[in-house]
Design a protein around this ligand. Structure first.
Ligand SMILES: Cc1cc2nc3c(=O)[nH]c(=O)nc-3n(C[C@H](O)[C@H](O)[C@H](O)COP(=O)(O)OP(=O)(O)OC[C@H]3O[C@@H](n4cnc5c(N)ncnc54)[C@H](O)[C@@H]3O)c2cc1C
Length: 618
C-alpha cells in the first residue's frame, strides 16, 4: 500500500491494543496509519486461545459498550462459553470463552482492512519524532519519516524481546516474529524511563499424540452468554476442553532441572507475573502439592494443536517432554513447539496521564503490554482509551477518563498511573474496591450514557440497549408489588403482605421462584433469551447487595471533592514541609494530576495526604 506522508494518527503495532486504537479513532473520523511488523499477524493471540475470564470478562463487556471490537469477534470466533465463579457472589461472576484463534485473527484482519480511514503498512518504527514537547510522527527502519498529529505506541512484547528456552536464546517479539530495537532508545533519549519484564507460555501439543482416554472432559455452559450487546440469538459451538494433572514424577524431573530454567534461575532480570507462575515456580513454591491441574485447550475448532494451560515454562525442550511424558495422558506426547519465556522492555506507566497520553510529550500515547500489563483484554481496553483520547487531543474534544466506580477499565488505568509496576499487571476483581457496583451484567447501565455522548455506539445498538434498559426499569417496578401470604408463592414464613423486593433480600429467595410474572410484549418480541435472563439476575443482584451498594455510594460522595482537586504538574514537592523523603520521591516521579490520584500512589500514607492538603490549599 502507498501511504500518505501525513495522517491525523499513527498507531504503531497491530496487536489487541493497536487494533482497538486504530478502529475507534477511524470510527470517530481520524485518518489513521497502522504500522505493524507483520500485517498478516494483526489481532494475533500470542498465548492462550481464550478471551475473558475473571475480571477480564468484565473488561471485554466494557470494551464492547464503548464501541470496541473484541467482544463481537470473540462471540463470532468462540467455541465454548462459560460464566466463571458461579459458586461465588454475583459481583465476581465473569464471562469467558475458548476461542478459535485462526478465525479470530481472520475477523480482525478483515475488519481492519475494510474500515474507512485506516491505511495499513508493514514496517518497523525505530524512532519517535518530537519537537517542542509535541509528537510529530515516526521514523521507519528504512529511515523514511511519516508525520502525524498524534502517535499511539502499542509494541507489546516486541521491544528488545528475547525468548529463552533453556540456554537457547532468540531475538524475537514472540515465537516466529522478530523483535524490535529503536523505540526504547528513542524514548529514553527524550527522558522516559524504561524497564524489563518477563512472561512465559506453555508448549503446544500434537493432538494425535495425546491419550485422550486418560483425560477428563470440561464443557461450557449449555445456555451460553455472549460478550457483545449486539449479539442477538446465540448458539455457538460447545467444544469440550480436557484436563489432566501433573504428578510427583513430573515434579521430580522439573526439580532436578530447575537450574536449567532461565525464568526460574534468575538469569532473566525482569520480573514475571506472580499470579500466573511458571510450572517451575509452582512446583518450587507449592512443594506440598502432589499435583497441579493442566487444561488441554484446542487452538481452533477441530485443531490438531493443543495449548497446555498451566504448564508455562522456560525449561529446555527435552526436559519439558520428559516431565510431561510421566503423565499417563501425555505418555507419548510430541510438541508442535515447546514452551518458552520472553523478556521485553516496557515503560512504567506512571509516566502517563489518565488519558494514556505521556506527561512529557503532547500527543504521544502508550497502550497495551508496553505499559507493563499482561493480557489481551487489558491491552485492548487501553488501546480503546488511547484511540479515543488521541482523537480528542487532535480535534480538541473532551477526553475519556473513566472512574474507579464506573468500570474495571477505570480501575486499571488509575492503578497503572499511580502504582509501582513491579510485575506484569493483570486485572483481578479484588483490585476493584467497588466491584459490587461494576458487574459484567450492568455494563450497559454504567457506560451507555458516556458512550453515546462520545459518539462511540452506532444508533441501532444504542436503540436496542435503551429499550432493554426500559425493560429493566419495568422489571424493577414489578418488584414493588406486595406478595400476599395466601398468594401461593411458596415463600416460607410469609406472615403479612411484603414487597417482593424486600423478600428478594432473603437468601432463599430468587427472582425466578417468587411466582412473579415479568413478561411483556417487548421482551417476548425482541429480547434474546440470554439478555432477558441476565437482566433478571442483575436486578436480583442489585437488590441483594443494596445495603453494601448504598455504603459505597456514600463513600464515593464523601471523597468526591478531594478526588478531583487538581494538582499542577509543576508542583515542587521538596518544598512541602512535613512530607517524607519517600513521598517526595514518589510524587515527583508520578506527578499526580489530582489529589485522588496522589492518595493512591504506592507508598503514600494518610499523613502525607494531610500534608499535601495543607500545602495545596496555601
Ligand atoms: C510468550 C507470551 C506469553 C503470554 N502469556 C500470557 C498469558 O498467559 N496470559 C495473558 O493474559 N497474556 C499473555 N501474554 C500477553 C498477551 O499476549 C499480551 O498481553 C497482549 O497480546 C498484548 O497486546 P498488545 O497489543 O499490547 O501487544 P501484542 O499483541 O504483543 O502486539 C504488538 C504489536 O506491535 C507490533 N510492533 C512491535 N514493535 C513494533 C515496531 N517497532 N514497529 C511496528 N510494529 C511494531 C507487532 O508487530 C505487533 O503487531 C503473553 C504474551 C507472550 C508473548
Amino acid at each position: 500500500m502507498k501511504q500518505r506522508n501525513k495522517y491525523d494518527l499513527i498507531v504503531v503495532g497491530g496487536g489487541h491494543a493497536g487494533v482497538e486504537a486504530s478502529h475507534v479513532a477511524a470510527h470517530l473520523g481520524c485518518s489513521v496509519l497502522l504500522i505493524t511488523m507483520d500485517s498478516k499477524a494483526i489481532g494475533r493471540m500470542s498465548c492462550n486461545p481464550a478471551i475473558g475470564g475473571l475480571a477480564k470478562g468484565q473488561i471485554v463487556r466494557e470494551i464492547d459498550m464503548l464501541g470496541g471490537l473484541m467482544g463481537k469477534f470473540a462471540d463470532n470466533a468462540g467455541i465454548q462459553f462459560k460464566i466463571l465463579n458461579r459458586s461465588k457472589g454475583r459481583s465476581v461472576w465473569s464471562p469467558r470463552a475458548q476461542i478459535d484463534k485462526r478465525l479470530y485473527e481472520k475477523f480482525v484482519i478483515s475488519a481492519m482492512q475494510s474500515t474507512n480511514n485506516i491505511d495499513i503498512i508493514d514496517g518497523e518504527v525505530v524512532n519517535v519524532l518530537v519537537s517542542n514537547y509535541r509528537v510529530d510522527g515516526v521514523t521507519l527502519r528504512d529511515r523514511s519519516n511519516i508525520y502525524a498529529n498524534s502517535v499511539v505506541l502499542t509494541c507489546g512484547t516486541f521491544l528488545s524481546g528475547k525468548i529463552h528456552i533453556g540456554d537457547r536464546k532468540i531475538f524475537a517479539g514472540r515465537m516466529g516474529e522478530g523483535g524490535s530495537i529503536g523505540i526504547t532508545e528513542s524514548l529514553c533519549s527524550l527522558g522516559f524511563k524504561s524497564s524489563r519484564l518477563k512472561t512465559g507460555t506453555p508448549p503446544r501439543l500434537i493432538s494425535s499424540t495425546i491419550n485422550w482416554d486418560n483425560t477428563e472432559i470440561s464443557s461450557g455452559d449449555s445456555s451460553p452468554t455472549p460478550f457483545s450487546y449486539s449479539t442477538q440469538e446465540f448458539n455457538p459451538p460447545n467444544e469440550p476442553c480436557h484436563t489432566t494433572r501433573t504428578n510427583l514424577q513430573t515434579h521430580s524431573v522439573i526439580k532436578e532441572n530447575l537450574n536449567k530454567s532461565p525464568m526460574f534461575s534468575g538469569e532473566i532480570d525482569g520480573a514475571g507475573p506472580r499470579y500466573c507462575p511458571s510450572v517451575e515456580d509452582k512446583i518450587h513454591r507449592f512443594s506440598h502439592h502432589d499435583s497441579h491441574i493442566l487444561f488441554l485447550e484446542p487452538e481452533w475448532l477441530g485443531s490438531d494443536q493443543i495449548y497446555l494451560n498451566g504448564f508455562s515454562t522456560s525449561l529446555p525442550e527435552d526436559v519439558q517432554l520428559d516431565a510431561l511424558r510421566h503423565i499417563p495422558a501425555l505418555k507419548n506426547v510430541e510438541f508442535f513447539r515447546p514452551g518458552y519465556a520472553i523478556e521485553y522492555d516496557f515503560f512504567p506507566p506512571a509516566q502517563l496521564r489518565a488519558t494514556l497520553e505521556t506527561k512529557d510529550v503532547a500527543g504521544l500515547f502508550l497502550s497495551g503490554q508496553i505499559n507493563g500489563t499482561s493480557g489481551y483484554e487489558e491491552a485492548a481496553a487501553q488501546g480503546l482509551v488511547a484511540g479515543i483520547n488521541a482523537y480528542s487531543y487532535i480535534y480538541e474534544k473532551e477526553s475519556l477518563v473513566l472512574g474507579r466506580s464506573s468500570s474495571y477499565i477505570g480501575v486499571m488505568v488509575d492503578d497503572l498511573i499511580t502504582k509501582d509496576t513491579l510485575e506484569p499487571y493483570r486485572m483481578f476483581t479484588s483490585r476493584a474496591e467497588y466491584r459490587l457496583m461494576i458487574r459484567y451484567s450492568n455494563t450497559d447501565e454504567r457506560l451507555l450514557k458516556i458512550s453515546e455522548k462520545m459518539g462511540l455506539l452506532n444508533s441501532s445498538l444504542s436503540k436496542i440497549i435503551n429499550s432493554r434498559l426500559l425493560e429493566k426499569e419495568r422489571v424493577r417496578s414489578v418488584l414493588n408489588v406486595s406478595i400476599q401470604p395466601d398468594s401461593g408463592s411458596g415463600i416460607k414464613n410469609l406472615k403479612q403482605a411484603t414487597p417482593a423486593k424486600e423478600l428478594l433480600k432473603r437468601p432463599e429467595c430468587s427472582i425466578f421462584n417468587m411466582g412473579l410474572d415479568f413478561s411483556s410484549e417487548e421482551n417476548n418480541d425482541s429480547m434474546p433469551a440470554w439478555a432477558w435472563n441476565e437482566m433478571l439476575l442483575d436486578v436480583e443482584a442489585e437488590i441483594k447487595y443494596a445495603g453494601y451498594i448504598k455504603r459505597h455510594i456514600k463513600e464515593i460522595e464523601k471523597h468526591k471533592n478531594n478526588e478531583f482537586l487538581p494538582i499542577s504538574k509543576m508542583t515542587n514537592y521538596s518544598t512541602f514541609c512535613g512530607l517524607s523523603n519517600e513521598a517526595v520521591e514518589k510524587l515527583t516521579f508520578v506527578r499526580p494530576e489530582t489529589l485522588g490520584q496522589a492518595m493512591r500512589v504506592s507508598g503514600i500514607t494518610p499523613v502525607d495526604i494531610s500534608v499535601l492538603l495543607v500545602n495545596l490549599s496555601k
